[in-house]
Design a protein around this ligand. Structure first.
Ligand code: SAH
Ligand code: MG
Length: 199
């Protein structure tokens, strides 16, 4: 496995929530097992997860959307410096209003949602149609540092609201009749979502 330890350390020191090592390794294994070759990522931050995927999975392309300009510019630099321009295409935009016509691919093997947690359902509903019939969607941070299991004891009001929204998404998707969901207690909680039937 190729790692970008400097970039990871540097991100964590500035509280940029890049994927935990355990989580990204798990994700890469799932993509390999499912023979995925294309991914749409929501939330690039400084490009760490996209670079990990592009460097560790054969014949893999990623399109990724980031809202924050400073992070976007840093991602562009990291991607270029590591020779990954052919594999990673990054867009500076709010994924909620992003025009999907700009994407190079119109169908992806997988969707990876790792952006604003309160909006997970909106991201899912907007982008799941771009996933192939037998493709998958992966959602990160569904445990929110374990807080999701003990909502009543969260003191901070905003945090409580956010954790409630994450729980609402988790309950919604776990009970959805069109999707099969596997929940994995890896990293900060990862869901693997697949369609039950072809469209
Ligand atoms: N996937 C990255 C980490 C992403 S952190 C990695 O593991 O390396 C989450 C990112 O989502 C943040 O940088 C944040 O700016 C971005 N984000 C939040 N809301 C967004 C939105 N509506 N559209 C696009 N990006 C968003
Ligand atoms: Mg995350």
């Amino acid at each position: 496995m190729k790692y970008f330890d400097e970039i990871e350390k540097n991100a964590l020191s500035r509280h940029i929530p890049v994927m935990q090592k355990e989580g990204i390794e798990f994700l890469i294994q799932i993509f390999k097992d499912h023979h995925c070759h294309s991914c749409l990522e929501i939330g690039s931050a400084i490009g760490y997860s996209a670079m990990m995927m592009a460097s560790n999975i054969d014949d893999f392309e990623i399109e990724t959307i980031e809202l924050n300009e400073e992070r976007f510019l840093e991602a562009v630099k990291n991607i270029a410096e590591n020779g990954l321009n052919d594999q990673i295409h990054i867009y500076l935009d709010d994924a909620l209003s992003f025009d999907c016509q700009q994407l190079i691919h119109q169908q992806f093997d997988c969707l990876f949602i790792d952006a604003a947690k309160a909006q997970y359902q909106k991201f899912f509903e907007k982008y799941m149609p771009l996933v192939k019939d037998n493709g998958l969607c992966i959602v990160d941070n569904l445990d929110f540092h374990g807080m999701i299991f003990d909502i009543e004891h969260i003191k901070n009001r905003n945090t409580k609201q956010l954790v409630k929204k994450i729980k609402r998404f988790k309950d919604w998707i776990l009970n959805h009749d069109k999707y099969d969901v596997e929940y994995h207690q890896v990293g900060d909680g990862i869901c693997v979502i697949k369609r039950k039937e072809k469209r």
